[in-house]
Design a protein around this ligand. Structure first.
Ligand SMILES: Cc1cc2nc3c(=O)[nH]c(=O)nc-3n(C[C@H](O)[C@H](O)[C@H](O)COP(=O)(O)O)c2cc1C
Length: 298
């Protein structure tokens, strides 16, 4: 099931999404071994971030989570050491507050053996990072433009459900030189403990992921496909190969899976891949890319 996302060639269209499985080289290696087409790291910032205190994640009925981890990560210095011998298709997710943060990160990371970058413009629960930047069109343009002018590596821009229109943000990213759009990130949400009356998460508000957001992700990919020319990677609520097919038909060139790995473990990756391969055979598709954008024909 080899596919191309622009110039990037992957062994299959299933990419592991940022943030679910941590940041160690051993887990990246393991994910590639069990079948992932590529892996996106948890978002890295220039300096270490402790993130929020527990509870940072809670489950929601119907295979979903709300999390507010607060972009906890060890920072650029430590992460570059961790992946210094990387040999798998790793996309490094980066997050920051200023153009200088991004330039410094990109200049250091581009010397390593990585596939590319994913710019996280869509974290819904950390101030002055992620979504707040994604909601500022000038910042989006400037950051994307500067990253592209400091590195030849492919740049995925991850857009989400902020205040600005997702299509507008994606178009700005495309105009500034982004190679691909990833859609979507988690969606602002909360859960309250009705015994105590307190919000469950320490940060009160977090981001909803998992099965409940899939129809929104599919809608976003469909609308993006109508409005931009660069490839789209679909993300949000993928649990089965049927979900993958739906995203591809909406216009995604590949997909990312996150929460399913929390609920079903690494086996879920293998199940999705086998299911997809069987589906292609059953429907006589010679290549997985034949599914891309089918829903736009009608
Ligand atoms: C615990 C957790 C941590 C996450 N951390 C990040 C992150 O660091 N950077 C990012 O871009 N997305 C992060 N995400 C969002 C996922 O990459 C993905 O966009 C989202 O969960 C939707 O996909 P899913 O429904 O398959 O999980 C995180 C999601 C979860 C559940």
């Amino acid at each position: 099931m080899p596919i191309k996302i622009g110039e990037i060639e992957l062994k299959n269209p299933i990419i592991v999404a940022s943030g679910i499985l941590g940041l160690s080289q051993s887990i990246f290696d393991r994910l590639y071994q069990v079948g992932a087409g590529a892996i996106v790291s948890k978002s890295i910032s220039l300096f270490p971030r402790e993130g929020y205190i527990n509870p940072t994640i809670t489950t929601i009925k119907g295979n979903s989570y709300i999390n507010a981890v607060g972009l906890a990560n060890p920072g650029l210095e430590s992460f570059t050491k961790e992946i210094s011998t990387n040999n798998v298709p790793l996309i490094v997710s980066i997050v920051g507050s200023t153009i200088r943060d991004f330039i410094e990160m990109v200049n250091k990371l581009k010397t390593l053996n990585i596939l590319g970058f994913e710019l996280n413009l869509s974290c819904p629960h950390v101030e002055k990072m992620g979504m707040e930047i994604g909601d500022d069109p000038k910042a989006v343009y400037d950051i994307v433009w500067n990253i592209k002018n400091n590195s030849d590596k492919p740049l995925f821009v991850k857009v989400g459900m902020g205040n600005s229109n997702i299509i507008k943000t994606a178009k700005i990213a495309e105009a500034a030189g982004a190679d691909c759009i990833t859609a979507i990130n988690t969606i602002r949400a909360m859960k309250i403990d009705i015994e105590t009356g307190h919000p469950i998460l320490e940060n009160k508000i977090g981001g909803l992921s998992g099965a409940s957001i899939k129809p929104i992700g599919v809608r976003c990919v469909y609308e993006l496909k109508k409005n931009i020319g660069i490839p789209i990677v679909g993300c949000g609520g993928i649990f089965t190969h049927e979900d993958v097919v739906e995203y591809l038909m909406a216009g995604a060139s590949a997909v990312q899976i996150g929460s399913v790995l929390g609920f079903g473990g690494l086996n879920s990756l293998d199940n999705i891949l086998k299911g997809l391969s069987n589906y292609l055979k059953l429907k006589n598709y010679t290549n997985v890319s034949k599914l891309i954008g089918i829903a736009h024909r009608s």
